[in-house]
Write a protein that binds this ligand. Structure first.
Ligand SMILES: [Zn+2]
Length: 411
């Protein structure tokens, strides 16, 4: 028994589509899927107490292995009893592998992972080797800390060690994120590299799980890359699904890398239909409301996104009639809630006028209240999708989508 404490059960399926509802069971509780997983990059959803995240309906939090490795150090989090206990979040936790960050935080390399290549010249996208802060070779990635420029190296074994120390319930295999601008030839080599790293991750995971006996079981997800190429995505997915090392296979799968908005549903669908039906699938990084619907229908069970909190800190609030900026002059004396139809803590107690004031004057509470509303908005939207699928399947899901998006983008 290698996966004690971790389970996934499929609930209602969308007929003829990979989308479905389900329940992920972890040692720290259950996640009803599809579910939106808020991001707490440095073991904190910026400005919001974990209690408030639980109250608004968040089922799990995703933290970043790269950031916690640099500060405070994975050993500190380990001694604290794992990332959940460290941040006083008793529910399920995820950490990503660090692959995305080590490859994206370098100067010039950042834009490589943009959701869309429109408007970017080739030179913007692929930084010259000398300008990069990360260098990939077949064994791993050498990168400079974005904090102090110090040199570090992540390999599959390092990522597994760090993520075992961080102790999240769901962890990810170390992968190489490529760009949409990389050549087909490079994508092929990268998928092969990510596959070889996945195998090393499973071996390290098996060893660490055995060594750290008595710790709650951590589920390891393999990450499907392959950019916009169907054959590469399918090959990567079936390759990962077939891997087993020392009795350990992947407990679930991440869908990562370069995803153009217009291809998102197709790419998620290719991956979902090539992966084992019984395993959960996590879409790494997603940004907009229409993407959420597309991802759910195409078979993503969970997804994470920094957009709700990042937008909130800049005063951009979600409402059923679209996103608006509460710092605009029009809201100075608007004494209504951020959204009439939201019953989050912020909307029950505070006005647009007050948020306008707080955010314009740089008061920390502004970010807190705005983030609570935006996170609640997205968490609940995905909850509604789940309820629609469970209640009446495709018809109810389609109805929710056309009604919600029509108003959100038409308003
Ligand atoms: Zn609200």
């Amino acid at each position: 028994m290698t996966n004690a404490g971790f389970q996934f059960s499929v609930g209602t399926r969308l007929p003829g589509k990979p989308g479905r509802t389900g329940v992920i069971t972890t040692p720290h509780g259950q996640i009803r899927t599809p579910a939106f997983i808020p991001v707490g990059t440095r073991a904190s959803v910026k400005g919001v107490l974990p209690e408030a995240m639980a109250a608004l309906g968040a089922q799990a939090i995703l933290a970043n292995a790269y950031h916690l490795y640099l500060q405070p150090g994975a050993d500190v989090v380990d001694e604290a009893g794992g990332v959940g206990r460290f941040m006083n979040w008793p529910g399920p936790t995820f950490t990503d592998s660090g692959g995305f960050q080590v490859l994206s935080l370098g100067a010039g390399f950042k834009k490589v992972l943009a959701m869309s290549t429109a408007g970017l010249a080739n030179d913007d996208v692929i930084a010259k080797q000398s300008g990069r802060m990360a260098h990939v070779d077949d064994d791993g990635v050498t990168f400079k800390s974005h904090l102090d420029g110090s040199l570090h190296r992540f390999t599959p074994e390092v990522s597994m060690t760090v993520q075992h120390q961080l102790g999240a319930d769901i962890i990810f295999a170390f992968d190489e994120c490529t760009t949409l601008m990389n050549t087909r030839h490079y994508q092929e080599a990268s998928v092969a590299r990510t596959h070889a790293w996945a195998e090393r991750c499973l071996a390290a995971h098996a060893q660490l799980t055995a060594e750290r006996l008595g710790k709650p079981y951590q589920a390891l997800f393999g990450v499907v890359q392959g950019a916009q190429f169907e054959d590469l995505r399918r090959m990567a997915a079936t390759g990962l699904a077939g891997l087993e090392v020392d009795g350990y296979g992947f407990d679930g799968y991440g869908i990562g890398g370069a995803l153009e908005k217009e291809n998102l549903a197709r790419i998620v669908g290719w991956c979902a239909t090539s992966l084992p039906e019984a395993a959960p699938r996590h879409l790494l990084g997603i940004s907009e409301m229409d993407d959420l619907f597309a991802a759910v229908e195409a078979g993503a069970d969970t997804f994470d996104c920094v957009a709700p909190s990042r937008s909130a800190r800049h005063g951009a609030l979600y409402s059923p009639d679209g996103r608006y900026n509460v710092t605009r002059a029009a809201f100075k004396k608007d004494f209504g809630p951020p959204s009439d139809e939201c019953d989050c803590y912020t909307c029950r107690h505070y006005t647009r006028s007050y948020l306008h004031h707080l955010l314009r004057s740089g008061e920390m509470l502004g970010a807190t209240l705005a983030t609570i509303h935006n996170e609640a908005f997205v968490v609940r939207l995905v909850d509604r999708m789940r309820a629609a699928i469970e209640d009446a399947g495709q018809a109810a899901f389609d109805h929710l989508r056309s009604e919600f998006l029509g108003r959100y983008f038409g308003g």
